[in-house]
Design a protein around this ligand. Structure first.
Ligand code: UGB
Length: 440
């Protein structure tokens, strides 16, 4: 009993050493006190040790110290990586631009054009295999030579995006990463939602939280006009009848852009590209695979509208598109938000970037036959209902007024340049391949 009392008395002793007054208790009381002090010390040391272990195990590794694995891409992070990122984005007096989809067709041309005039450019691309990734790797070589570093990663990787905005204060984002192709949407609808909707939102989230907020210029598409029959297509025309999921995701992008502009004060410019073609183009596009098939003496399919109607496109040459992109970047006003909050209304624009002269697909094939000096084996079939539209035709007066956009390359001239690049690039001759790389 008395021992129990004594123990409870010992437990009530002050734990602060300075307040402990030595007393004249018997020796067994001292032993008990020492024993208790040792137990407490052991308990606190164990707790401290557990805390340290938990801290090291559960805290995220510092990405500046060790590289991390990107979502669907290379590893990123670390001192050397950050140095490459900063060096690529460095500029004396120009823009500091993050180009998404930099290893894509338009992304490569725009990045090189911006770098050449002195802007600081950082590329981002996930190098997916929608079409030959070898071609994307070859474009990366061009970018490397031009001094543009391309980070391999996905726009859905918000941690990577945050890191990029931490390392570089981008003034602009040229957003070109997307799942392209009108007809492929029937085979892989999820990829359109992943890149063109979820990916776009992920990018806008990063932009709205960045300090400073960048101005954004991004690629919408002529396909948003869908079944619109009023020609030429003007930005004021209706865009609520998309004919493909691709078009629907681009239209959704335009609405999402409105929301981020409205809530967060992001300055956003959408560019509706009209069937862009040229050297280093996309192998999934008709002019590209027609060239390949004609040269291989394989039959090509040409679609026609009901009642043998013509299908036509406002084919637009890549150099004209590049000028349009640069014009849009140069006239983009600053975003107005900060810390994720809007201060005042910000710029929100949409422009057609087309060629203003539609050409029937049959005419495109005739030009290719002349340039390739091979007669095409043609199969004419009714246009399947798989997302295609009968014709496109851009009214470009708005882009002309705002930044002097005026396309100057007709389809004959543009295809001549494409065919010359194609024949060099796929020639198998070292000298000619080198020429394909130098002609950009
Ligand atoms: O402006 C856009 O926003 C879009 O442009 C491009 O789409 P489209 O204009 O449909 O180009 P593309 O496929 O080259 O077909 C060209 C023509 O060939 C016809 N076509 C096609 C295939 C075939 O086998 N036969 C055929 O006649 C076909 O009927 C069509 O008339 C981009 O791919 C797209 O990503 C998007 O950017």
């Amino acid at each position: 009993m008395s021992q129990q009392k004594t123990v409870s008395h010992i437990d009530n002793l002050p734990s602060t050493p300075g307040k402990f007054k030595p007393d004249k208790s018997p020796p067994y009381i001292h032993r008990l006190r020492v024993h208790s002090a040792i137990s407490r010390l052991t308990l606190w040391s164990s707790l401290f040790l557990i805390f340290i272990i938990c801290f090291f195990f559960f805290s995220p590794p510092s990405s500046s110290a060790s590289p991390r694995r990107a979502l669907g891409g290379d590893s990123w992070g670390g001192h050397n990586w950050e140095k490459k990122v900063s060096r690529s984005a460095q500029t004396r007096s120009g823009l500091t631009v993050l180009v998404t989809g930099a290893a894509g067709f338009v992304g490569t041309h725009v990045s090189i054009a911006l770098k050449r005039r002195g802007d600081g450019i950082l590329g981002l691309d996930n190098f997916n295999d929608y079409y030959d990734p070898q071609l994307k790797r070859a474009r990366r070589k061009l970018l490397d030579r031009a001094g543009v570093f391309v980070v391999e990663g996905d726009i859905n990787d918000s941690e990577l995006l945050r890191k990029l905005f931490d390392v570089v204060a981008f003034t602009h984002v040229m957003h070109l990463a997307a799942q392209a192709g009108v007809r492929y949407a029937m085979q892989n609808p999820g990829s359109y939602v992943h890149s063109n909707i979820a990916g776009f939102v992920s990018l806008l989230e990063a932009c709205k939280s960045a300090t400073p907020q960048p101005a954004i210029v991004w690629a919408s598409s002529s396909s948003v006009y869908g079944l619109n029959s009023k020609i030429p297509f003007s930005e004021k025309d209706r865009t609520d009848q998309p004919a493909s999921l691709y078009a629907a995701t681009k239209k959704a992008g335009e609405e999402i852009a409105h929301t981020y502009n409205h809530i967060y004060g992001l300055s956003i410019t959408g560019l509706r590209f009209f069937t862009v073609y040229g050297p280093w183009g996309r192998p999934d596009m008709a002019y590209f695979f027609f060239t390949k098939d004609i040269l291989k003496r394989r039959a090509i399919t040409i679609y026609e509208a009901p009642d043998h109607g013509t299908i036509a496109r406002d084919f637009t040459y890549i150099d004209d598109i590049v000028k349009g992109c640069l014009g849009a970047l140069d006239t983009a006003k600053k975003s107005t938000g900060s810390g994720g909050k809007k201060k005042r209304a910000a710029q929100l624009r949409i422009f057609n970037l087309g060629n203003t002269s539609p050409v029937p697909v049959s005419e495109l094939v005739s030009i290719l036959e002349k340039l390739l000096k091979v007669k095409a084996k043609k199969k004419v079939l009714p246009m399947p209902r798989n997302g295609d539209v009968k014709f496109t035709h851009a009214n470009i007066s708005l882009a002309h007024k705002e930044f002097g956009y005026r396309p100057t390359t007709n389809l004959d001239t543009g295809l001549k340049k494409f065919v010359s690049w194609y024949q060099d690039y796929y020639s198998g001759s070292k000298k000619r391949v080198a020429r394909a790389f130098s002609n950009i």
